[in-house]
Ligand binder design. Structure first.
Ligand code: PEP
Ligand code: MN
Length: 361
């Protein structure tokens, strides 16, 4: 089978959230095999669900349904494993690819158990990010699997849990997969827009974002009758909608050989480098003033926080930013970070004797 490479940008994994019946898998895999460029079929056999008494997957009876549909339509198949028994049953059934789900990646005991059960078996494996935004935990899971001797390892970005409202089911926090790519440059990275979006209509734009960030492919949940799916009904798309999404994506190169492009890009990047140096030296000047203010407040026995001043700064800077064409949310974030650093510096000046670095944040 073709495995994901760092040169791919459209490795496509599709299939239902859950295996539901033999017929469902047969019709879904048939429809997907008729689409151009589906590389791997997915289907959950054991489903980690938030609440008890939800549908928790068909279990091992569904393994031959998946494997047989894959063989019949000539596509490799993959499923999620969460413990050594799942691994044993999936391997015995001849599943081609395994993946570790987000609720399992958080647990080093579970990941180690899976790694130990795979020692000596070089099956392709994909590791989803943990539900919490902990990059090192994600990387640690990959290391556990690599140390067991597996060599065909890929990662899947499926977003991060949070409390509150959002247009997303799981926040993409793109800076985390970008940092993943920087730290793990050899590991192919797939985006799962279905679990990030949680609903059909945003799958296309999340997928486009992933392609524009040089991800190596997509995992998109696909069901022949999504509204009646036994899990994740809102986010699954039909095979023909999947085709529509794929046809609408613009695949851009991560670079070009055009020398003019490189020359112009170089010029623009030089300007950015110079501006960054400017911003940093201005930040330094600003924080030096915070230091002086701390000294002055100390001498006059005045406390650090002045809410009126802070409120005025926020209002003024967001207004100034808007006039310059900068988004208020962006300015708010920057000003909050600068203010936090300024308070920290004043605290260092004013409370030197009490300072305990370990609690200073
Ligand atoms: C899934 O892929 O169906 C799944 C359970 O996803 P996650 O582990 O990302 O929640
Ligand atoms: Mn799902």
């Amino acid at each position: 089978m073709k495995w994901i490479s760092k040169n791919d940008h459209t490795f496509l994994i599709a299939g239902p959230c859950s295996a539901e019946s033999e017929e469902q898998l047969d019709t879904t895999v048939k429809a997907l095999s008729e689409l151009t460029n589906v590389n791997l079929i997915r289907a959950g056999i054991w489903k980690p669900r938030t609440k008890p008494n939800s549908f928790e997957g068909m279990g091992k009876v569904a393994l031959p349904w998946l494997v047989n549909a894959g063989k019949k339509y000539n596509l490799p198949v993959g499923t999620e494993v969460a413990n050594a028994q799942h691994v044993e049953e999936a391997l015995a059934a001849d599943v081609d690819v395994l993946w570790i789900g987000a609720r399992t990646t958080v647990n080093p005991f579970a990941v180690q158990e899976i790694a130990d059960s795979l020692r000596g078996v070089d099956i392709p494996i994909m590791i989803k990010n943990p539900v919490n935004p902990d990059l090192q935990l994600w990387i640690g899971s990959l290391e556990r699997i690599a140390q067991a001797g597996l060599t065909k390892i890929a990662a899947i970005h499926r977003g991060f849990s949070f409390y509150g409202d959002s247009i997303y089911r799981n926040l993409p926090q793109w800076e985390i997969p970008i940092e993943f790519m920087r730290l793990m440059p050899e590991i192919p990275l797939i985006c799962d827009p279905s679990h990030i979006s949680g609903r059909r209509y945003s799958i296309a734009h999340v997928s486009q974002r992933a392609l524009d960030l040089n991800f190596n492919g997509l995992m998109i949940e696909t069901h022949t009758d999504p509204d009646n799916a036994m899990s994740d009904a809102k986010q699954q798309v039909t095979p023909s909608s999947l085709q529509g999404i794929m046809d609408g994506l613009r695949v851009r190169e991560s670079s070009t050989t055009d020398p003019n492009f490189h020359q112009k890009l170089e010029e623009l990047r030089n300007q950015i480098d110079a501006l960054d140096a400017d911003i940093l030296s201005k930040l330094m000047n600003r924080l030096a003033l915070s230091n002086d203010i701390g000294q002055y407040k100390l001498e006059h026995k005045v406390s650090i926080l002045n809410l009126e001043r802070w409120d005025r700064i926020m209002k003024d800077r967001t207004k100034l930013g808007s006039e310059l064409g900068l988004r208020p949310e962006f300015i708010e974030k920057i000003m909050q970070m600068i203010h936090k650093e300024s308070i920290k510096i004043q605290n260092q000046v004013m409370n030197r004797s009490l300072l305990d670095e370990s609690i200073d944040d």
